[in-house]
Design a protein around this ligand. Sequence first.
Ligand SMILES: [Ca+2]
Ligand SMILES: [Ca+2]
Length: 207
Amino acid sequence: MKRLLLACVLCSLGAGVASAATITNGSFEAEDISPDSWRILGAGSPGLPGWIIGGDGVDVKHSAYYPASDGNQSIDLVASSGSGDIRQVVNGLSVGSTYRISFDYAANPAVRRGVVIRFAASIGNFRDAITVGTNTLTRGVVNWTPASFDFTAGNTSERLRFASRASGSASGAMIDNVSISLVPVPAAGILLLAGLGGLAAMRRRKS
Ligand SMILES: [Ca+2]
Ligand SMILES: [Ca+2]
């Protein structure tokens, strides 16, 4: 009986793993902008499949101009001026499960020295503000930094958003290589759940 209970706990955890959530066009490669070096996309533009563009727009950069961290294209969250943002609804989440959003970010190398670039990443009720350093910039070189944050799904669908905070120029934070993964339940947690399941079964048998 205990062995069966443990198997049930493990298979229910396994079912959580199977509900795979994905980011659509997380590397911004879906629409090839070459031979352009970059392409400006205004709010509501359909030029970034999977994402909704808001604010003052964003632009897509090609590796021929600025090297992407993954593939050939990345995003500058500031198009020509003001703050742009991109967002999409992530489906297939398992309520109560913890997920990790991973991505790479950098300062657009064209930004003037001394200008502080900021952007925010959010999903569900999670929000993180990130300040991008500017003092090591070399024109033409993109210093990509990997980043990630964890959130617990409160719904089966949550909105993921990356939003610029105005940099005061046409150059803002760049992002690329956005992905989502399920954070595994630690082995100790599985054993605790299995133990609780066994206790509950024993109580039921006694009552
Ligand atoms: Ca890319
Ligand atoms: Ca720009």
